[in-house]
Design a protein around this ligand. Structure first.
Ligand SMILES: Cc1ncc(COP(=O)(O)O)c(C=O)c1O
Length: 452
């Protein structure tokens, strides 16, 4: 619905096949405007989403968006990259500086394409691949129907500790020594606590396995020096999205420790380069590379404070829900050491019902499987994350208010004033923090300048 009486341009409904093509453009513009207004009034708590900074977003609309640059700086299959090549080289240097590592490939266009590139570098069809269990928070990349299956790998899972959604280190070490996989993969989509990497990486080394750490969710925490240090602990490759706790453009990255010879005699870094291109990608979305560079520069300045605030807000949100009687995961372990919390809402009808009920009140979150669940569409839990609200300057006091709203919406979908309270709280937090410059409202109406 239009907000504050501000009219949307016509038409509201989807144009028919007979409509003017310009009507389709107006329709799309309306929908985007409506989306902005909806988010302006909502509290987004999706653990994998964030707000890119205004400075980084300025790169999206540059001419880089229109160009190709296959290959590496100085050795391209396309002409016209004289000005872009130094950008890509510099963005790689920034990534190596921020993550204190020897290797960075900034060309993957997503966390998934980074994972596929890494698995095509480290493993061959038929190899054994060890990863966390899906019901213990693993990403679909690890599954038969995801990147691992695409590479023809046999996935074996680490034993896990259901109370914390963590890998059971001692049992995992034994399993690695016993199974002798080709790749040990760590990292999760529900990642509450750091993995105890050193003993598991030592076991991987003993059996000649390579180590991949998927930091899609926690890249921003790692960038801020929090959560854990997978490269420092000895991982061969870190793959990640660049837009979750790391508040960059929607893109991907592969980071690497020291170069080494793989069991097939090839060198690791050179292999990754060739798997990223021409293996998995052709063009690598140059405007996003430039935007990632801006975000990396901002992260060098701001990410430590931001990561701290994300984690303390997650703990405060968990505490707020727990104090209202909600079954937050891992109460004996401080609930979380990351940006994410997990709540068992089976008493309120399960994750699917609760997440929809909350969305109707402006509280946006995911339904999520809990250990023992068998259905991903009707799971018992919800997953909540604090990156976006922290980015907008909310602190631990506001987390208590957010907890109250979630509790009321989960308990009673018709709770009277939750929608209005959500919008009122949100209206005080619309400016993007932890970056240079800012817009007054991160969700301000988009400006479409071309007259139709
Ligand atoms: C652990 C993990 N790896 C990879 C991905 C995929 O990232 P992208 O959406 O950038 O492809 C996700 C997405 O949420 C994830 O949670």
């Amino acid at each position: 619905m239009p907000k504050d009486g501000k009219p949307f341009p016509q038409p509201f409904s989807e144009p028919s096949k007979e409509s003017l093509p310009q009507d389709s453009i107006r329709f799309i513009q309306n929908q985007v405007t409506q989306h902005h207004r909806r988010f302006s009034d909502s509290i987004p708590l999706i653990a994998s989403e964030n707000l890119v900074s205004p400075l980084a977003a300025e790169m999206f609309a540059t001419d880089l968006h229109n160009r190709y640059a296959e290959g590496l700086p100085g050795s391209r299959y396309y002409e016209g990259n004289a000005d872009f090549d130094p950008i890509e080289s510099h963005v790689e240097s920034l990534a190596k500086r921020l993550f204190a590592c020897d290797f960075a490939d900034v060309r993957p266009i997503s966390g998934t394409s980074a994972n596929i590139s890494a698995l095509f570098s480290l493993a061959s069809p038929g190899d054994k691949f060890m990863a966390p269990e899906l019901s213990a928070g693993a990403h679909i990349s690890t599954q038969r129907f995801g990147a691992a299956g695409l590479r023809g790998l046999e996935t074996i899972t680490y034993p896990s500790i259901p109370e914390t959604m963590s890998i059971d280190t001692d049992l995992a070490v034994k399993a690695i020594l016993n199974e002798k996989p080709r790749v040990c993969y760590f990292g999760q989509s529900v990642y509450l606590f750091p993995s105890d990497l050193k003993p598991m990486i030592a076991a991987a080394r003993e059996v000649g396995a390579s180590v991949q750490y998927d930091a899609a969710h926690v890249l921003g925490l790692i960038a801020g020096g929090r959560f854990q240090d997978p490269i420092g602990d000895g991982a061969d490759l870190v793959t990640a999205s660049t837009h979750k706790t790391f508040p960059g453009p929607q893109h991907g990255v592969i980071l690497g420790g020291k170069d080494r010879e793989l069991p097939n005699g090839r060198m690791l870094h050179k292999t990754v380069r060739s798997r990223v291109f021409p293996g998995v990608h052709s063009n690598h979305h140059l405007h996003k590379v430039a935007a990632f560079g801006v975000s990396l520069a901002e992260a060098i300045e701001f990410q430590a404070d931001y990561a701290d605030a994300i984690i303390s807000n997650a703990k405060a949100l968990a505490e707020g829900l727990w104090s209202r009687g909600m079954k937050v995961f891992a109460p004996d372990h401080g609930f979380t050491e990351s940006h994410t919390i997990l709540v068992d809402v089976s008493e309120f009808g399960g994750g699917a019902d609760v997440s929809l009920r909350c969305e109707a009140q402006g509280l946006v979150m995911n339904k999520n499987m809990l250990p023992g669940d068998t259905s991903a569409v009707k799971p018992s839990g919800i997953r909540l994350g604090t990156p976006e609200m922290t980015r907008l300057g909310m602190g631990t006091d506001e987390m208590d208010e957010v907890a109250d709203l979630i509790y009321l919406a989960a308990k009673d979908g018709h709770a009277e004033d939750v929608l209005a309270r959500t919008a009122a709280l949100k209206s005080q937090f619309s400016k993007i923090h932890y970056c240079w410059g800012s817009t007054p409202n991160a969700y301000a109406d988009p400006i479409f300048t071309t007259t139709l």
